[in-house]
Design a protein around this ligand. Structure first.
Ligand code: PEP
Ligand code: MG
Length: 575
């Protein structure tokens, strides 16, 4: 038996075989060859194989009713017939004596660059497809088996690191737990792992390829992984896993019970989600609403810039599926660690301090308006909160509201029904926290994004694996900003929630409630444990005898759902 340490992200035990997840990296031979005809034959064979694979994916997606994704594969297969832009340039490169692999890399990258430089956003977005096809061609030419990097059996996945875009694509039903050599506890991948409740270990520096296929136990409680554990450990941790499951079953009894302390103080327990597929988790875990729908996952899950209709469909599904609960949808927070090829963002020295979130949206009004129109259209189907991220100044909020209003008027002129909605902002920069009084005048609610607030207050890059020991999520400066933001919000009758990871930290729940926080938005799996904690609290010890429990800043009334069918083309498509 071998034991290796890491940093735990999620408690819990995973027992099973290891699967090493490795995206291939190819070294391409740049030397010239003599048998040009043979190279062209290899290229053609690869093209046919990739085309067959894309067609098979198209069929599979159609069968499963995913028309949109099917369309992507259909387009890919057709692109491989494009002699002018893709195939002939590669053949010309091979005619000079280069290998098929070299021709694919150079030819496809040149084509991607050409698409990227086009004015029409539709054609710009095609560059991501060309890169996908390049990778698929190289996989075939190198004979790599990438059909399923995750394998086909349930396993503990071990990787160097995983990007958010890779994580969202994982087949959850096959994932027992996750171990990475790199990673940081506040990264979006870690957040996804928490929300899925996968036992997860990061910074396990001893990760090795020869673990592949071995039996292992990931022990989140003790931040370690046992490779080929001895029987005593297997028995002990199997019993612990069983006890966890029983505890989990007991928590189910709290469903439908109010989130209220023994002395009568209420707090709303909401869920953080990434898209329509999480609606069930919200309902199953009895969340009272959604405090953060990270809409950028709608963008990350799409190969191309999602259209207004595609976004509308996603938002409507969530709002309708959860009505009359409040659903706070945060406008697109792309940038920093969440990059998307089709956005064509420049590489930056300090992406976390760079062109991100609302800064992109306010600089690309057409992109922003597409999302706002989709949100407003969806507002007719449930109880919507629209939230703007990465705010530092009042003028940004004013401008967001102005554009939102423009969109509302446009839609109403088109005869499209728009429902009621609340407007809020993320407080995730020290600038916003310190100007909370001024910002509160503009909005209905604040949501404290403690992940970024920690990053920007403590000057700790949330992505950096080297800074874990310096990253103090209970730093007094941070706690002061949180408390003062709650107080500032309440001075202006603006309700205040916490949607960063700290909201689920059980060691701080009592403090947050004592300060009067109105809502905690956490990953769905944390709702019931948090409700249990709240129900066991008694805050009367903090109050003078005459003081009443803290009232909520603003009552959020479940709005009557007006699911009237909209008119026009969109009514026919989605009504
Ligand atoms: C935060 O910063 O705390 C937050 C909730 O937003 P994200 O983690 O998506 O940046
Ligand atoms: Mg944030």
């Amino acid at each position: 038996m071998q034991t290796f340490k890491g940093t735990k992200i999620v408690n819990g035990i995973a027992i099973g075989k290891i699967k090493i997840y490795k995206a291939p990296v190819y070294e391409i031979n740049e030397e010239l060859i003599t048998d040009i005809a043979a190279e062209i034959d290899r290229f053609e064979a690869a093209r046919v194989k990739v085309q067959e694979d894309q067609n098979a994916l198209y069929e599979k997606e159609m069968k499963e009713g995913h028309k949109d994704t099917a369309g992507i594969f259909e387009a890919h297969a057709m692109m491989l017939d494009d002699e002018d832009s893709l195939i002939d340039p590669c053949k010309e490169i091979m005619a000079e004596g280069h290998t098929a692999e070299y021709a694919v890399r150079e030819g496809f990258e040149a084509a991607a660059e050409m698409f990227r430089g086009m004015e029409d956003p539709y054609f710009q977005a095609r560059s991501a497809d060309v890169i996908d096809l390049k990778n698929a061609m190289l996989d075939v030419l190198f004979g790599a088996d990438t059909a399923n990097l995750q394998g086909t059996e349930p396993a503990i996945l071990v990787a160097e690191d995983l990007a958010p875009s890779e994580t969202v694509k994982l087949d959850k039903s096959l994932l027992l737990g996750l171990v990475t050599r790199q990673g940081s506890s506040n990264s979006h991948t870690a957040i996804l792992a928490r929300s899925m409740n996968w036992p997860t270990l990061i910074q396990c520096h001893d990760v090795a390829d020869d673990w592949d296929g071995k039996f292992a136990i990931l022990d989140g409680y003790n931040s370690c992984i046992y490779i080929e554990p001895e029987q005593k450990i297997i028995d002990e941790l199997s019993a612990k896993q069983k006890a966890d499951r029983e505890k989990e079953a007991k928590l189910q009894e709290l469903k439908g019970k109010p989130s209220v302390t023994k002395d009568g103080q209420k707090v709303r327990l909401y869920a953080n989600i990434g898209g329509p597929k999480d609606v069930n988790a919200v309902i199953e875990n009895d969340a009272e609403g959604v405090g953060l729908f990270r809409s950028e996952f709608v963008y990350l899950n799409s190969k191309t810039d999602p259209t207004e209709d595609e976004q509308f469909a996603a938002y409507k599904k969530v709002l309708e599926g959860l009505a009359p609960r409040l659903v706070v949808i945060r406008t697109c927070d792309i940038g920093a660690d969440k990059t998307i090829d089709y956005m064509n963002l420049d590489k930056e020295e300090n992406p976390a301090l760079g062109f991100r979130a609302i800064r992109i949206c306010l600089s690309r009004p057409d992109f922003f308006k597409r999302q706002l129109r989709a949100l407003l259209r969806a507002s007719a189907y449930g109880n919507l909160g629209i939230m703007f991220p990465m705010i530092i100044s009042k003028w940004e909020v004013v401008e967001c509201k102005k554009i939102l209003e423009e969109c509302r008027k446009e839609l109403e002129a088109e005869g499209v029904k728009v429902g009621k909605y609340e407007i809020g902002i993320m407080i995730e920069t020290p600038a916003a926290a310190l100007c909370a009084d001024e910002l509160a005048e503009e909005v209905d609610f604040f949501s404290l994004g403690t992940n970024d607030l920690t990053q920007y207050t403590c000057a700790i890059d949330r992505q950096s694996a080297n800074l874990e020991r310096f990253a103090n999520t209970h730093h007094p400066a941070l706690l002061r900003l949180i408390r003062e933001t709650i107080e500032a919000g309440h001075r202006h009758n603006t309700w205040v929630g916490i949607c960063g990871e700290l909201g689920a930290d059980p060691t701080l729940s009592e403090e947050f409630l004592k300060w009067g926080v109105d809502e905690l938005s956490v990953n769905p799996k944390s709702i019931l444990p948090l409700r249990e904690r709240v129900r066991n609290m008694d805050l009367s010890k903090y109050r003078t005898p005459k003081e009443e429990p803290k009232p909520e800043a603003k009552k959020v009334e479940a709005k009557k759902v007006e699911a009237e069918k909209p008119k026009g083309l969109f009514g026919r498509l989605f009504g």
